[in-house]
Design a binder for this molecule. Sequence first.
Ligand SMILES: NC(=O)c1ccc[n+]([C@@H]2O[C@H](COP(=O)([O-])OP(=O)(O)OC[C@H]3O[C@@H](n4cnc5c(N)ncnc54)[C@H](O)[C@@H]3O)[C@@H](O)[C@H]2O)c1
Ligand SMILES: [Zn+2]
Length: 371
Amino acid sequence: MCVSLGPRTYEILIGPGLLPKTADIIWRWHVQHAGKPPAQPGALIVTDTNVAKLHADAVRQSLEAAGWSVDVIALPAGEKSKSLDVVNTVYDRLIERQADRRTVIFAVGGGVVGDAAGFVAATYSRGVPFVQVPTTLLADVDSSVGGKVGVNHALAKNMIGAFYQPFGVLIDTSVLATLPDREYKSGLAEVVKYGVILDAEFFAQLEAQTDQLNRRDADTLAAVIARSCRLKADIVEKDEYERTGLRAALNYGHTFAHGFEALCGYGVLLHGEAVSIGMVCASRLAERRGLIDASVTKRQVDLLSALGLPLRLPDGLRITASDMVARMRLDKKAIAGQLRFVLPTRMGHVETMANIPENDVLAVMETVGVV
Ligand SMILES: NC(=O)c1ccc[n+]([C@@H]2O[C@H](COP(=O)([O-])OP(=O)(O)OC[C@H]3O[C@@H](n4cnc5c(N)ncnc54)[C@H](O)[C@@H]3O)[C@@H](O)[C@H]2O)c1
Ligand SMILES: [Zn+2]
């Protein structure tokens, strides 16, 4: 499938066992983009310390066997690597090897590696080609598609970045076999989100396939990843630079989720876990505002719970309502401090709403354990 963005159009390739075929695939993409094969091809594989041991070698071996000169840099695994300090070590490596604009950067890892390596690709030498090779479910269905790249500032997540589309996205579904269970489920939360915001039929399909999803059935997963990527690509094609408000729909549940993540300390709740609880809040908020009836929330609660995702904050975690409201007012999506929420108006459709009374927000947060 393609993300159609004029001269920045690129392919998303999904299937099992693709990593050993990396060189052939890149060759084809290069010819499509540049009209000729890469001359003296050089690559920097950016990965993290976990994925380096599991999957990065398959990419390296494929490229080397095809005559590429390949260097690998493994960032420390975890969100802390999305920082200018860590990104600087990647620039160091590129300069050491005198990399020029023909060097292709391969981001082999989860969203952290994709965001950080993509930012390097956007900025090194004013832009070098990069390929997303996502290895988490979250990166497969969300972060690898759409061209948002960047790092965190000490005071604000994702605050330093760019829109920079990859040259292609190579999704090898076999690598999900090694993904820890919590990380896998966290990715499923974003999949559920696509159903709620854009596609009622997809949501119903997920409801019918919870067993297959829980046992990571390969065919089910490939189909679910493809549908999620298509839904995200459709939005990105219409609102690449997040100007029309359309792309904001992807933030369903996220205003709450970002508050939860920040206030419990990054890493305590995984992103998808926070999104799961955030969607429960947002749907209950829509219900309180009379936008949907209770069945729309119940279906989400039932599906999230069947997929092993949390519906409320873990016991023992103390997050206060006043801290949450203060956080949400700082959210990038708030305008002049006014709370705005992406809320469902029926299954498969959301709208951005301003002027939501604070009392309603407080009431729904209480239901998930905010004190
Ligand atoms: N750019 C975007 O549009 C966008 C969208 C959503 C999220 N994000 C970003 O993505 C990041 C989260 O991504 P993530 O959830 O993939 O986290 P991550 O990159 O930290 O990966 C999660 C963990 O899984 C490990 N891992 C990765 N692949 C593995 C595999 N196949 N087998 C075993 N272990 C593996 C990693 O080493 C890490 O410990 C956040 O920083 C978030 O801001 C970006
Ligand atoms: Zn998300």
